[in-house]
Design a protein around this ligand. Structure first.
Ligand code: SAH
Length: 228
């Protein structure tokens, strides 16, 4: 089971201040409901989880707007709606206990997953981002997460197969290496392609291959090769 409830940790004394107040967070929840998110536990969590701690202090007042924000190194923290949509798409397809995330970034999506499933593995290619994410997750006492500095295109074979894989940067097509690290009936949610043609897809692994479902248009940074 989960090892900590990040929303009740003692480090959250700043949670009631100004633009990060309970009312502001409730507004985010309403916005997510309006956008079609239905998973109640996920909505409750996103209304409580301190997103402002995953961005630079200068941007904290925008943390509960439904927008992506810069996190440095040319990367962004995903828009809350997108985090919710991807998480919901995973949860409803395969009730995962053990999830691999590619692209830890700020660590926010990682924190959402870690609050809802038993174990999360997350790979990030930019060391500086990974260090920040590690500190944030530790401050929230999310101990069911294992982070790795690496190229996520190779997955994490030592811990495979995973119930689910969530990719937060867009490859040009479905990475076969990742599909192979899913258990049968496991699912992967990922953006595919570039620019205006980019779509969010859900892949379900079958005994003989996989099935793909296109969910909606999205706008992610590309999956890059190698380390930084
Ligand atoms: N889920 C993150 C999204 C960050 S943006 C958040 O909400 O904050 C996508 C992230 O994927 C970036 O941090 C980028 O550095 C990382 N990334 C891109 N290509 C990668 C790769 N091949 N392996 C691991 N991480 C990668």
């Amino acid at each position: 089971m989960r090892e900590a409830d990040p929303t009740h940790s003692p480090g959250l004394k700043d949670a009631g201040v100004g633009m990060t107040s309970a009312r502001t967070r409730e507004r985010l929840r309403r916005r997510l409901v309006q956008a079609g998110i239905r998973h109640v536990e996920l909505l409750d969590l996103m209304a409580r989880l301190p997103r402002h701690r995953f961005v630079d202090e200068a941007l904290a007042s925008h943390a509960y707007e439904d927008a992506s924000l810069p996190i440095g190194h040319g990367q962004t923290i995903s828009q809350p709606y997108t985090v919710a949509r991807m998480t919901e798409a995973l949860l409803e397809a395969c009730q995962p206990q053990c999830v691999l995330e590619i692209g830890s970034g700020s660590g926010y999506q990682t924190a959402v997953l870690a609050s809802l499933v038993r174990r999360v593995y997350s790979i990030e290619r930019v060391a500086a981002l990974l260090d920040l994410a590690r500190g944030r997750l530790a401050a929230l006492r999310l101990r069911n997460v294992r982070l790795r500095h690496g190229d996520g295109a190779f997955g994490w074979p030592e811990y495979a197969p995973f119930d689910a894989i969530l990719v937060t940067a867009a490859p040009p097509g479905i990475p076969r290496t990742l599909v192979q690290q899913l258990r049968v009936d496991g699912c992967m949610v990922l953006p595919i392609g570039l620019g205006a043609d980019q779509v969010l897809a859900r892949v379900i692994r079958t005994p003989v291959g996989y099935e793909t479902e296109i969910l909606e248009p999205v706008n992610f940074v590309p999956l890059l090769n190698g380390l930084s």
